[in-house]
Ligand binder design. Structure first.
Ligand SMILES: Cc1ncc(COP(=O)(O)O)c(C=O)c1O
Length: 399
């Protein structure tokens, strides 16, 4: 007999979409409002104000009823013109998809290669920009967190590199898998456009995506010639001033967004970041305990929202993931594109606590054993030891 019901909660440990907390589910479960009525206008105006704090910006945050890919497109078409050069960095599969989009839109990306095991190198960006004496490069676009590899990139150092080169290019940063999980500051770090999505640190279902837009980007947008209609910031920002949208907003997802922002503030954003750092460290200790290799090469690039794990030679990551799913009802992230079968990804972002992380790591450890993957026991124990010490500040200080 095929089992169609699995008792207990499924462990959704992919690096997004993430688990949607009950409070957010309850917030969605309300009657849809008249999106042109006064009550909605009041609600959305307040929400759009609160959203700015998540991006740490005082400027507008545009909300699209779309997945993250839509917000990528919006960032490009609102600021650039056909044939414009953009500087991008091949940190992994998601960076590659954004670059492919730029090509399809008629832009000319210069794509700095990496081996997909590292973040962006600001010195390389500065070097390319210094050589671009004619200022043909109109934007530098990269991912704060590359979800395909678990490598984080430094934002402020890239801002400084652009400034050091005396280059006027816009800075556009994708925070789809870092927003509300890893410290991010749109205004303070001088970012011109920040791209975000609903389904990861914000703990919402997929379906909303964001552009936080700085003053320079707004000014540049006035002369940007790429065609746009649905993605246009202009109508959106004009309507948003009164809490309205130029077309039907995803009303119930906006209720969810309001709830999740409240939850993030109740916990405190700094505590949210510290929790993600802690769960990432616990996960890395488990990986080392198993005798496996963390895919991201250098600690300075480690991501606090996911950890990618390299399989031992000759072992298929997807066969292991299948065993873990079938026996322990846990979903782990697959290796994307050229990493298919070679790595698996453990998502530790969103609505997680110490015990869900320990449970997830136990699922991985037992899955490795079931799939016959050579490893050492004790990874979960190493993670538990770390979490226990972290819970006891005195003991943590003594160690
Ligand atoms: C960093 C990053 N950018 C962009 C995307 C694309 O977003 P979506 O799949 O929501 O369109 C993803 C998806 O996971 C992502 O992780």
């Amino acid at each position: 007999m095929i089992q169609t019901y699995h008792a207990g909660r499924h462990f959704l440990q992919i690096p997004g979409p993430t688990n949607v907390p009950d409070r957010v589910l309850r917030a969605i479960d309300r009657p849809t409002m008249d999106h042109r009525g006064p009550a909605f206008g009041r609600f959305a105006l307040e929400l759009l104000g609160k959203l700015r704090a998540v991006f740490k910006t005082h400027g507008p945050v545009v909300v699209f009823p779309a997945s993250g890919t839509g917000a990528w497109e919006a960032a490009l078409v609102n600021t650039l013109s056909p044939g414009d050069k953009v500087l991008m960095v091949e940190t992994g599969q998601f960076a590659t998809l954004w670059k492919n989009m730029a090509v399809k839109l008629g832009l000319k990306p210069e794509f700095i290669p990496t081996d997909w095991r590292t973040g962006v190198d600001p010195a390389q960006i500065e070097d390319v920009l210094r050589k671009d004496k004619a200022h043909e490069i109109k934007a530098v676009c990269f991912l704060h967190n590359e979800t395909a590899t678990g490598c984080l990139s430094p934002v402020l150092p890239v801002r400084k590199a652009i400034d050091a080169a005396g280059h006027p290019a816009l800075l556009m940063v994708d925070t789809i898998s870092s927003l509300a999980s890893i410290d991010y500051r749109h205004d303070e770090w001088g970012v011109d456009v920040t791209v975000g999505g609903s389904q990861k640190g914000l703990m919402l279902p997929p379906g909303l995506s964001f552009n936080a837009v700085g003053d320079k980007a707004l000014a540049v947008a006035k002369n940007a010639k790429l065609p746009k209609s649905f993605w246009s910031w202009e109508d959106m920002i004009a309507n948003n001033r009164n809490g309205f949208f130029p077309y039907t907003p995803a009303t119930n997802l906006l209720y969810a967004l309001a709830e999740s922002i409240d939850m993030l503030h109740e916990e405190g954003l700094e505590n949210v970041f510290a929790r993600h750092d802690r769960h990432a460290e616990a996960t890395r200790r488990a990986v080392r305990g198993w005798g496996l290799e963390i895919w991201c090469r250098e600690p300075k690039d480690y991501s606090s929202s996911l950890t990618a794990v390299l399989m031992p030679e000759g072992q298929d990551a997807d066969r292991f993931r299948k065993a873990a799913l079938e026996h322990f009802d846990i979903s782990l992230g697959t290796g994307l594109s050229k990493l298919a079968g070679k790595i698996f990804r453990i998502g530790h972002l969103g609505d997680t606590n110490d015990l869900t992380i320990v449970g997830a790591l136990a699922g991985v450890e037992m899955g490795l054993a079931l799939a016959g993957v050579p490893h050492r026991k004790g990874g979960v124990q190493a993670a538990m030891d770390y979490l226990e010490a972290a819970a006891s500040p005195a003991r943590a200080a003594a160690e």
